[in-house]
Write a protein that binds this ligand. Structure first.
Ligand SMILES: [Zn+2]
Length: 385
């Protein structure tokens, strides 16, 4: 592998404790009326709207209650158009930021949402530049503040797919680790393992490059020391900073390199069962690592195996660890984080053939370090129950 790569991310990133209070000024610089997208918890959106009122900046608030559906995005887009908002701000977890990005993108683009979607749609390209978009994450997992896609659930086809465009990188990411202090332990756990999965899958991805590797090493190191600390003591600001940083790094990596089998399954699984994305990743990651390592050994793909050895050394902190030790470490981590297994969500072998078929067609599966056959994909699901 030579030294060549291409890399893109959000235009501007502000990473600072307490930077949330600067958001009204940033909004003012980008537009005159802001469409604020928030999640169930509206405390921060309400705080922001108070500040905006003091500054005489108009706003509209739109709430997304869970992982966004095509209906949510269409409703939000129509409201943003009708209220003539000219800047969008998303304050919340990945679902909220993904919604903000999708709405900002669709307001000036007049086609149907379904036409722009990958896999189930026509994958048409966005033509018009989206409204300026500010992303303010309150969780540390998806890295959506620095990615160019939105994951949207199709209510008709029961699958999660992406709206993706180079035009969709947020104009500004305001990462304030203080906002993540209030995340409950269960959410800290699942979002944290999602971030780890992004870093790990892109690091071993068939598409990875030396620049992405550098990002992934740094992110995995920070997670290995901090995810459990943040889970045990939510007020540990240093651990929260490390997780916010790692989440951002994971987003940077996944926006530029395809992921792997975990995310290949996550789309269809999340579409068919109401399981949070981070929990899906946590359930699948150990088995995907095990099956990938075995498949690489069978095919003597030493270069990719060395990557798994390095993952193991970074995660365990043990300089003589080998590939399998990494999988064991992740399995133990998921246990310590008390993340439920897939069978707790009523997944059974009956759904496997359908899931495998859908996962094979997913965009992420193309990043997996080795091609997996139906039997190996079945094994991953079976081990993850
Ligand atoms: Zn993910």
């Amino acid at each position: 592998m030579g030294l060549n790569f291409e890399f893109a991310t959000s235009t501007r990133i502000i990473f600072e404790n307490g930077s949330f209070k600067k958001v009204p000024g940033f909004i003012k610089a980008l537009g005159s009326k802001v469409f604020i997208v928030t999640g169930k918890s509206t405390i921060l959106a309400n705080q922001l709207s108070e500040w905006l009122t003091e500054l005489n900046i108009q706003f509209e608030i739109f709430t997304v209650f869970s992982e966004p559906t095509t209906y949510d995005i269409e409703t939000g887009t129509e409201l943003a158009r009708n209220t003539e908002c000219n800047v969008v701000a998303g304050i919340g977890g990945g679902s909220v930021i993904d919604s903000a990005k999708a709405i900002a993108a669709l307001v000036p683009n007049k086609g149907e949402l379904s036409g722009y979607l990958e896999v189930i749609g026509k994958g048409e390209k966005l033509v018009e530049r989206p409204l300026p978009c500010i992303a303010i994450p309150t969780t540390a997992g998806t890295g959506a503040e620095v990615t160019r896609n939105s994951v949207i659930k199709s209510t008709q086809q029961n699958v999660k797919v992406s709206l993706r465009s180079d035009l969709m990188y947020p104009d500004l990411a305001v990462i304030d680790p203080v906002l993540t202090l209030t995340m409950p332990p269960a959410l800290t756990a699942t979002t944290g393992v999602d971030a780890l999965t992004h870093l790990l899958e892109t690091f071993v991805s068939i598409q990875s490059n030396q620049f992405i590797d550098m990002i992934c090493r740094e992110g995995m190191k920070r997670i290995s020391t901090s995810v459990l600390q943040a889970f045990i003591d939510g007020n540990n600001l240093e651990a929260r900073e490390n997780m916010a940083m790692a989440s951002m790094l994971g987003g940077m990596a996944l926006a530029n390199v395809k992921l792997g089998a975990v995310h290949g399954f996550a789309g269809p699984l999340g579409g068919m069962f109401p399981i949070p994305h981070g929990a899906v990743c946590a359930c699948l990651l150990p088995a995907v690592m095990e099956v990938n390592i075995m498949a690489l050994k069978d095919k003597n793909l030493d270069k990719q195996l060395l990557k798994f050895d390095e993952v193991a050394r970074i995660l365990t902190g043990n300089s003589s660890a080998v590939a399998e030790d990494g999988a064991v470490w992740v399995k133990e981590l998921v246990k310590k984080l008390q993340i439920p297994s897939l069978s707790d969500f009523h997944l059974s072998t009956d759904s496997f053939p359908d899931l495998i078929e859908k996962a094979k067609n997913s965009s992420s599966m193309k990043g997996n370090p080795v091609e997996l056959d139906n039997e190996q994909l079945y094994e991953i699901l079976f081990k993850s129950l």
